[in-house]
Design a protein around this ligand. Structure first.
Ligand SMILES: [Zn+2]
Length: 563
């Protein structure tokens, strides 16, 4: 007798093989049976008719930043409701373990910008019941987790632990490198999935302090990845900056002998047409030389939500500085100042193509108006509205915000919004689809639903990938790249992580803002569409009406990975 039988389901098993109509059973948290649909049905305590809809392995989200959030929210909302059954944390090296009690505030200050959370939200939220990395994993296990969780040992956390304040100021000496390498070995033995780091200039903490790993030199990078390599398992995850070269990354792959997942120039940038595709081709040449280098791409536009109280996309401009340094009470006056507007327009013109925001006003829209009078503006672009009003688009955006006490929510699509280009990037069979950044940048984006977006937009609407290919890229492929042996495929004996969904309606819904972070701080989130059920280790976490069962924490802390 099985615990659960789901039948009349379109089974998409995560291997990339053709889907088939069948039935799947679960016993003791594992898949105990998979067969084509037939009469009579096998016996089970609970039987679900899947209504001909699809059943796939739960989505593995390899790029999350739930390290802090998971200490107060073991469900890591919203990922489970978006079909995710395994999250990997500590990406880019932003971890909170190891951390000495004396460095807690410093660690949180480093995390603020990167997490898109106020320092107060982190101070109110994080539960510090650990110091070392093994203690952190033990705490997660003791308190329980919603989905399965795996964690990187993070380079920035590690550096702060060994070097204190100096971690954000200088290169490490031999002794410090030795201490860090020892901690990497200890973490790998305790069950880290790998080592994660960043050299990206975009990664700054409170008051524009660089994230610690940005101060590492090549010697340190090679020593730490080498220490990971000695343990015989583990993935190196790196977000590369403008000084990172593929040659240097290849050297790390060669020296450590380990696979690398690289976030770098693999997002489509309208200022450099074709550049991302060329970078993918260079990565393919490196793989031909036997290095396991997996470029990380994204199937979603890099979209940021912002209000004029905190307009992150414009903060790369010097002329915007008065808006960054003004108290909230004085902000409106700054935005009304004709001189401020003049200087901004001049810089927007001068730096076109060289900033995060490149005057792509067609791609800035009014996402949420706060007044009924402006409701009709929602969904319309600033370019369009400015043309109607005969204004410079900057004036239009500022005037709309000023009329609503700076509460208007705008949306800017910054990178990866040309679907022809993105379609080519995600179709590369060795490209890793990730970058959800779930748990980070909470105040201005939410791509935790990237998997549902891939299934709705790229499979159903654009038919760029087959259902079998897309499911493989969300499950079997990430499991393989990251050495997660027990999951990512529907096969007898594997853990029963399941997503039941309707291919005709799957996707992610409109964004909304919730004020539910510690201290009432706001975040952006998107609901899942077409999700009928999500099971983690055979336990149902999400119902057909999309409700996450907060009373259930069926996830495991994953500690064993393939060599
Ligand atoms: Zn990240």
């Amino acid at each position: 007798m099985h615990d659960l039988l789901i039948h009349n389901a379109l089974i998409v098993d995560g291997t990339g093989h053709e889907p088939f109509m069948g039935m799947l059973a679960v016993t003791d948290g594992r898949i105990s049976f998979i067969e084509p649909e037939a009469d009579p049905l096998p016996d089970a305590r609970e039987i679900i008719d899947a209504d001909g809809k699809a059943l796939m392995p739960g989505i593995i989200d390899g790029h999350t930043h739930y390290d802090a959030q998971i200490t107060w929210d073991p469900l890591v909302d919203p990922s489970p409701s978006l079909g995710v059954t395994t999250v990997v944390m500590g990406n880019c090296g932003f971890t909170i373990a190891p951390c000495r009690p004396a460095d807690r505030d410093l660690t949180m200050r480093n995390l603020t910008q990167v997490e898109g959370m106020s320092l107060q939200a982190l101070r109110d939220g994080v539960r510090w019941e650990f110091e070392s990395f093994p203690e952190y994993l033990a705490m997660l296990e003791r308190r329980g987790v919603g989905p399965n969780v795996a964690a990187f040992i993070g380079h920035s956390g590690l550096r702060t632990y060994v070097m204190g304040e100096a971690a954000t100021q200088r290169a490490a000496n031999d002794d410090e490198i030795r201490q860090m390498a020892d901690i990497v070995r200890e973490a790998m033995r305790a069950g880290a999935i790998g080592l994660a780091s960043t050299t990206s200039e975009a990664h700054n903490g409170d008051n524009a302090i660089p994230m610690p790993s940005r101060l590492a030199d090549d010697r340190e990078m090679l020593a730490l990845t080498g220490a990971m390599g000695e343990t015989g398992h583990g993935l190196f995850m790196l977000t590369g900056g403008s000084k990172t070269t593929l040659d240097a990354v290849e050297q790390i792959a060669e020296h450590s002998g380990r696979p690398i997942r690289l976030v770098w120039g693999f997002l489509d940038n309208p200022a450099r047409p074709g550049g991302a595709l060329k970078n993918l081709q260079r990565a393919a040449q490196i793989r031909e030389r036997g290095r396991r280098l997996y470029p990380e791409v994204s199937c979603a536009p890099l979209t940021m939500d912002f209000t004029l109280r905190n307009a992150y996309p414009l903060e790369g401009y010097g002329a915007w500085e008065p808006a960054m340094t003004a108290d909230e009470a004085d902000l409106a006056a700054v935005y009304r100042d004709p001189l401020f507007r003049e200087r901004m327009k001049e810089e927007l013109e001068r730096f076109k193509g060289r900033r995060l925001f490149n005057s792509d006003w067609e791609k800035v829209t009014v996402s949420e108006a706060t007044s009924d009078a402006n409701r009709a503006l929602e969904g319309r672009s600033i370019a369009e509205l400015a043309a109607e009003r005969g204004q410079h688009p900057l004036d239009t955006m500022l005037d709309i915000g000023l009329a609503e006490d700076l509460g208007t929510l705008f949306e800017a699509k910054l990178l990866n919004s040309d679907e022809t280009a993105v379609g080519e990037l995600i179709s590369d069979p060795d490209a890793y689809i990730g970058l959800s950044d779930a748990g980070a940048h909470l105040s201005f984006l939410c791509d935790a639903g990237f998997g549902l977006h891939l299934l709705g937009r790229w499979v159903r609407e654009l038919q760029r990938l087959s259902l079998a290919q897309a499911v493989h890229k969300l499950t079997g492929q990430p499991a393989q790249i990251m050495g997660i042996t027990d999951r990512g495929e529907l096969a007898v004996g594997k853990a029963a992580d399941l997503l039941w969904f309707d291919p005709a309606t799957v996707g992610r819904g409109a964004k909304r803002r919730l004020h539910d972070l510690p201290g009432g701080v706001a975040r952006v989130t998107t609901p899942g569409l077409g999700v009928r059920g999500v099971w983690v280790n055979g336990v149902r976490m999400v119902d057909s009406d999309g409700v996450v069962r907060a009373d259930r924490l069926p996830g495991r802390v994953l500690r064993e990975f393939a060599a």
